[in-house]
Every structure is written in structure tokens, then in C-alpha cells.
Design a protein around this ligand. Sequence first.
Ligand SMILES: [Zn+2]
Length: 250
Amino acid sequence: MSNQSFAARTYRDDAVVLRTHKLGEADRIITLLTHHHGQLRAVARGVRRTSSKFGARLEPFMVADLQLVRGRTLDIVTQAVAKGSYGDAIAANYDRYVVAAAMTETAERLTDVDGETSTAHYLLLVGALASLSRGAHSTELILDSYLLRAVSIAGWAPSFGDCARCGDPGPHGAFNAALGGAVCHDCRPPGSPAPAPQTMFLLACLLSGDWAGADASENIHRREAAGLVAGYVQWHLERTVRSLKLVERA
Ligand SMILES: [Zn+2]
């Protein structure tokens, strides 16, 4: 690597800033989800100085066109051009900020370096942040739609119609996170929640991106849907973390 010229080690990519943390006196390590290079951590030198050439372009939720140089351990950000001003519009509004933080944390956990699905995760996250910054829909609906689609990209697409276990055509009156969503009368384990039909319809709208259907939903069904989405995502994320821990122990 040391034989390569600076130019040969330079590359460009668009990226969302997922997280930052301090490094030394004036630098930061930036956790990025890039369009084409998966999730990566890069160093931004001098970014905490008021005179920094990066300004606020490397803050969480910002989307930027970056130039990076491959380093020995971490890559180094050498240029950042903001794309859209999502970060500002989100940081100025507490509800949006909390939702954006939940989305970027989920994206960080579901993506990896050069993961096959990371481009799909990148596009989904940028779309959700743009929608959030415009206030296009209720912040909770944007979050729940993002979460359902993110876990689907990760391979855990829920069903809100046909039975997730036996495939019996829906709609069905019960939901079970462990089995993958809607379950028929024969497959439902005891204690499975029995959401309202309107809630199942809302969940299907959020998964498919039917915003006209989702925006027309009532608050009572939005609350019930949010609880089911949280349970579903939690169940799958915890299972992932457990399996990672097993790998580390081995
Ligand atoms: Zn069934």
C-alpha cells in the first residue's frame, strides 16, 4: 500500500454520516454508510476546529459527496460536499432528531463493510432522511416504514397478509414476530397479539410504500402498528446480536 501514490489511493463516494466520535484534540472518526463501499469508518482531521474546511458537513444525518484516501487502518476524508441539507432540518426538530437517530443506529447494525445489501440500505436511509427533513409524513410513520423495509432488505421481510408459517391466504387476525408476521388460526402460537384489521392494513402500506393508505390511518392503529414494528425489529436484531456474540466466543 505504501508504494501506491496518493492519487491511486483516492476514491469518491456518496455517504450518510451515521455517527461520529472524538479522536485526539481536533479530529473525529466518522462512521459512514456509503453508496458503493458499504459501511466504513474514516478519520476527518481537524473537523472539530472552528476553522475546519468541513464545516458541519460531517455531522450525523448529513449526506455528502466525499473524497477519501485509503489509509493503513482507517481511510481519511479529504473533501466533503453536502448533498441536500437533511441534517440541518432534522437537527432543528427534536422529534425528527430522535427518529433519525433510531434509523441511523438500525442502519449501522444492519450493514457491514462491502455488504451485498449495503447499497439498498443506503438508498433506503437517504430516502427516509429526505422524507423526514421535508416533513412529508408523520415522523412515526416514516420510522416504521423505514424499519420494516430495512429488516426486509436484511432478509426478514414480514408478511401482513398470507400466513407467514403455512402460506394460507390472508388476511389473518394474529401476528407473531418470531414466525415472521401474520399467522392463521391453525399456526398462531398462544399469546400472539391480535391486531385490528386496520393495523394490519397500515403495516402492509408501510412495508410497500403505499403512503396514501398509510397517511389515511387513525392514531389508534398507528400506535398499535408501532408496537408491533418495534417488537418485530427488536426480535430480529437481538437474534443477530446473539449470533454475533457466539461467533466472538468461538
Ligand atoms: Zn398458517
